[in-house]
Design a protein around this ligand. Structure first.
Ligand code: NAD
Length: 336
């Protein structure tokens, strides 16, 4: 499957590496707007570089990295485009994908309606088959869908309440804040995340509220769940142990903060310290009759990477969901 990556930022660069690592995919090229060191590094990695438009082509040439063409040249020559442009730019790009008759995957910064189908591999891989467009949901929504889909299947979820402490910016976004405040994000309840979870799991009753905290690594969710079936901590943990792409850690082992999780990924020599799994603190899990509580960590830069790789297979191949997830996990070093 020949794949183009349109937009080479936080998500796009990770997707390019992940696609290049798949034996059933070929990275046909990446599209850049800005002439910067990231463009030079893409060429050094051997990735075919394309300019977003003629203006970008001129700027990239001036940098000394000659693009092979512009975005349209690449897009005309692939099976699928993964759009990793900033929020709402993907929606604007859709007309190009339609004009050139190409399949495309959008990211969580776009509205559900841009693709008409919101994707999380564990929840709805098979239903994505045959579609021209899907949207891989945001980092927070991906993590919530993995955990809530699994617990709903096991115990039946009557209601989920989620408080989300969001990282203020990605590590290289130096212009964003807050630096010394906790922002209500937004002040009103629910935050948009509840609606977004419902684009994948429409039946789920969920309320989310979000705050923004001065950190660049990871979001932290506090989950308060009401279950249809009374349960025990051991049973909840067992369900989590069988949830795909979920890492169980413990405070007892020294995982006292999100910083320890990133440090763990560094020690494991993960590419860019990436944590592709939803992370649950084992010793945070409490179950009291029909209620359950837990802390869930989300590495915002990484968690959607395996989902995009699976979405490519769902749209462009006959590979079944379990096999695609196995292949993706194997290449990215995800245990299960
Ligand atoms: P980013 O700003 O880091 O990267 C976007 C890249 O696209 C930039 O390099 C930008 O120059 C480039 N670009 C802009 N216009 C373009 C165009 N017309 N053609 C080609 N390239 C263009 O953004 P990001 O964080 O990678 O986010 C991309 C998408 O992924 C968004 O929808 C976002 O909501 C979603 N997402 C982001 C995160 C995260 O934590 N960063 C997590 C999950 C999902």
């Amino acid at each position: 499957v020949r794949v183009a990556i349109n937009g080479y930022g936080v998500i796009g660069r990770r997707l390019a590496d992940a696609v290049a690592a798949q034996t059933d995919m070929e990275l046909a090229g990446v599209v850049k707007v800005r002439a910067d060191y990231k463009a030079r590094l893409a060429v050094e990695k051997g990735y075919p570089l394309y300019a977003a438009d003629e203006k970008s082509r001129t700027a990239l040439k001036a940098l000394g990295v000659s693009p092979r063409g512009v975005a349209d040249d690449l897009i005309s020559d692939v099976d699928i485009v993964v759009d990793a442009c900033p929020d709402e730019v993907g929606a604007a790009n859709k007309a190009t994908y339609q004009r050139l008759g190409r399949r495309a995957i959008f990211q969580g910064g776009e509205e559900h309606d841009v693709a008409g189908f919101s994707f999380v591999a564990q929840c709805n891989y098979e239903a994505a088959r045959g579609r021209q467009f899907v949207r891989v949901v945001s980092c927070n929504t991906t993590a919530l869908c993995r955990v809530l889909h699994s617990l709903d299947g096991q115990f039946g979820l009557r209601r989920a309440g989620v408080v989300i402490a969001r990282r203020a910016a990605d590590p290289d976004e130096t212009g964003k804040g807050p630096i010394d405040a906790i922002s209500l994000d937004p002040v009103t309840i629910p935050s948009h995340h509840a609606h977004d979870v419902n684009t994948v799991l429409p039946q789920l009753k969920i309320v989310t509220m979000a705050i923004k905290v001065p950190t660049t690594h990871m979001h932290l969710h506090s989950l308060l769940l009401s279950l249809a079936t009374p349960t025990s901590e051991a049973a909840v943990l067992e369900a989590l142990e069988h949830t795909p792409r979920l890492l169980l850690i413990t405070g007892r082992e020294g995982f006292k903060s999100t910083a320890s999780v990133i440090d763990y990924a560094r020690e494991k020599k993960r590419s860019r310290n990436d944590v592709y799994e939803a992370v649950v603190w084992r010793d945070s899990v409490r179950a009291d009759d029909s209620e359950a509580y837990l802390f869930l960590g989300v590495h915002q830069e990484a968690i959607v990477v395996p989902e995009n790789v699976d979405a490519i297979r769902a749209l462009c191949s006959q590979v079944a969901a379990a096999e695609s997830m196995r292949l993706t996990n194997q290449t990215l070093g995800i245990a299960r």
